[in-house]
Design a protein around this ligand. Structure first.
Ligand code: MN
Ligand code: MN
Ligand code: MN
Length: 274
């Protein structure tokens, strides 16, 4: 099994890098990429934990980017550290922390005291993501579940929604490309784009140096996989596959247990040495 999309405690996942490796070995994963949100801090521990184990680690990241009015996720693989990349990640981190402070303030006006500090405790770090605030809202009895927390407080148009100055799609993809890495559009069907818009996005993405799309991602249906495989072929994009595993709760699928890539597409790993 190959799993090129998952999260650790360094972003909004529940497992430490060490536990992820243990889980990956148990699930017969031979190639794993940890794609934490806007950070690669988990890698030193992940690589150490993988030493001597029958598993290949491919470095990865999931960047939040802006394209038109949409917040999208771009995966980057095989990134080599350049000053530009380090700067991009640093500015994403600053944006995330600023946003988290603002979300915290907005929640305080809704009666939740010290929201940012509490979210930091849940996260175990300061570059808090929205799911951490959702967990806090559930914990404080202000929302029934994570989904309700987003719907009532955190989603666009809700009281604690804070627009974030993420890097542009074009700049993020170009930066990944320049480090000899490969950029992939994460879960392309999760943004509510019309097919026309999705195809427009793909053209802009390719123009900027993008390499692939995630044909198989998390809970995607077989019909959707077929469609995305067709899209990959049509636009001459490589196909990626990942579980987007965060934790054992919720409806997300287990590490490495996503469906297979259809045989008509070219896997992004086709010329990797794994
Ligand atoms: Mn996440
Ligand atoms: Mn994502
Ligand atoms: Mn993800």
């Amino acid at each position: 099994m190959i799993d090129l999309h998952c999260h650790s405690t360094f972003s909004d996942g529940a497992l430490s890098p060490e536990d992820l490796i243990q889980r990956a070995i148990k699930h017969n994963i031979t190639c794993l990429s940890l794609t934490d949100h806007d950070t690669m801090e988990g890698y030193s521990r992940l690589l150490k934990a993988a030493e001597g184990k029958p598993i290949t680690i491919v470095n990865g990241i999931e960047l939040s980017v802006r394209w038109k009015k949409y917040d999208l996720h771009i995966l980057g693989y095989h990134i080599t550290s350049t000053d530009e990349m380090a700067q991009l990640i640093d500015s994403q981190r600053t944006s995330r922390i600023t946003r988290a402070h603002q979300i915290g303030l907005a929640l305080e006006t809704k009666g939740i005291s010290d929201a940012y500090q509490k979210a930091c405790i849940i996260a175990g770090h300061q570059h808090v993501a929205r799911p951490h605030f959702a967990q806090l809202l559930v914990h404080e009895g202000r929302a029934r579940d994570m989904q309700a927390a987003f719907k009532q407080f955190l989603a666009r148009g809700r009281p604690a929604y804070v627009p974030t100055p993420w890097v542009s799609l074009e700049d993020a993809v170009a930066c990944i490309h320049q480090t000899k890495g490969q950029a992939v559009i994460a879960h392309p069907l999760k943004y509510g784009l019309t097919r026309t818009k999705l195809h427009e996005l793909i053209n802009v993405f390719k123009e900027a140096g993008g390499a692939g799309i995630e044909v198989v991602s998390g809970e995607i249906t077989s019909t959707q996989i077929k469609e995305m495989a067709g899209t990959a072929t049509r636009f001459n994009l490589l196909a990626s596959s990942g579980s987007d595993f965060h934790n054992d709760k919720g409806s997300r699928i287990p590490l490495g247990r996503q469906q297979q890539l259809p045989i008509n597409c070219t896997p992004i790993w086709h010329n990797w040495t794994i």
